[in-house]
Design a binder for this molecule. Structure first.
Ligand SMILES: [Zn+2]
Length: 400
């Protein structure tokens, strides 16, 4: 009996068993998806005013989306479409897969247009924000297969942009394996709403939902998935029509302000939007196959000169406020560390001009040039995966 009690106590003290095989890199990526990030995207989209297909506001939103994709270093394409008197553009960004023998493509998508009179924060600033957040956080990583981040216009007129896009992909023979569509993912009223999300699927695309369910459990996203049959009311339907497997993420409690002037960010639950976005991104990561590797920037620090008075390369006395004064020549000494792939090289800069490169530790360079008054020493350390770290120090120097 005593033994059983002890055993029970020990079991209680042990940490909870984790589900499946949780990947630390994936956890790190999901942590980068924050409420603040989504708020910025959604607020910006809302501030353009109603993004009616063909309007200036819609085009401004497209340009904003394009600028974000470009900032994240993705390959960006404007995809013009016309249909029965309507015309506008879809914006596509591509993160090419590392596996050159794979032609598989995985798509995360959302429509960015809204109906007349509606600022479209939830419909569909929320889904567009999910695509932008995915692009921002995933662009720093490498994947086996190709990921496309796509935002459509013309959705509110009958899925026009996505239909043209899917038709073109079909004609090109693109091997689109799975499509994750997000449309209205940021509204919840009750605790039940906050803990559930709908995924619309077909028989052939339900395998993608299975992955989403696993990811929600494994990464404790706090969303129970409610499977529903697919209705042709958002852009995933365009892909299904052309035989591509697609699912649709949709808030559990319907936003009563949708298609009205009151579809604004203050009516939304951004914590909920953040968790749904994490769920979609986690599913996408699992599909596209995250490549293990070194994604961390190296640590780099100028150890000398720093916070002292130096005369002819000799440290004399510490100075207050980390200030640094150098008289005569100075050996710049750098601490650089990279725990994954290791340090490749360290570059030395004076006032932004590269003056030396060192590929062997200890990383140092003797600066003995005529220099007077205030100057900036910068150092860049690269690891073998191409990530970089930077440090700089401003010094007063008197080297005649
Ligand atoms: Zn919508």
């Amino acid at each position: 009996m005593k033994f059983i009690v002890c055993f029970a106590i020990i079991m209680l003290l042990l940490p909870f068993p984790s589900y499946g095989e949780r990947d630390e890199s994936i956890e790190g990526i999901l942590d980068e998806i924050t409420e603040e990030l989504l708020r910025e995207y959604i607020q910006t989209l809302q501030d353009f005013g109603p993004r009616v297909t063909g309007s200036i506001a819609c085009r401004e939103a497209a340009e904003y989306i394009e600028a974000q994709f470009e900032e994240y270093g993705l390959i960006v394409r404007e995809d013009n479409w016309t249909y029965h008197g309507y015309e506008d553009i879809n914006i596509e960004a591509t993160l090419t897969g590392e596996n050159t023998s794979s032609d598989e493509i995985y798509i995360i998508c959302a429509h960015y247009d809204s109906v007349p009179g509606s600022p479209g924060a939830d419909d569909n600033g929320s889904g567009t924000a999910a695509v932008l957040a995915a692009a921002k956080v995933l662009s720093k990583y490498k994947f086996e297969h190709t990921i496309r981040f796509v935002t459509f216009s013309g959705e509110e007129q009958g899925l026009l942009g996505s239909r043209e896009y899917a038709a073109e992909a079909y004609e090109n023979g693109d091997n689109i394996v799975a499509v994750l569509n997000a449309d209205m993912i940021g509204y919840a009223e009750t605790n039940e709403g906050r803990t559930h999300v709908i995924i619309e699927e077909t028989e052939s695309s339900s395998w993608i939902t299975n992955i989403a369910i696993n990811m929600s459990i494994e990464y404790e996203i706090g969303l129970e998935i409610v499977r529903e049959p697919s209705y042709p009311y958002s852009d995933h339907a365009s892909f299904l029509q052309y035989g591509f497997d697609a699912i649709f993420f949709f808030e559990y409690e319907f936003n009563e302000y949708y298609h009205s002037s009151e579809d604004t960010i203050d009516k939304m639950d951004l914590d909920y939007a953040t968790r749904v976005t994490k769920l979609i991104v986690a599913t996408l990561i699992e599909l596209a196959g995250l490549k293990e590797g070194d994604y961390e920037n190296p640590i780099v620090k100028i150890e000398k000169p720093h916070g002292h008075l130096y005369i002819n390369n000799r440290e004399i006395i510490p100075l207050p406020h980390d200030s640094t004064i150098v008289i005569g020549k100075i050996e710049i000494e750098v601490y650089a560390l990279d725990n994954e792939s290791g340090i490749d090289s360290v570059e030395f800069y004076i006032d932004g001009r590269m003056v030396a490169k060192d590929e062997q530790p200890p990383y140092q360079w003797l600066w003995d040039e005529r220099a007077l008054l205030l100057h900036k020493i910068g150092v860049k350390a690269y690891d073998r995966a191409g990530n970089e770290g930077y440090d700089e120090v401003k010094i007063w120097i008197f080297n005649f």
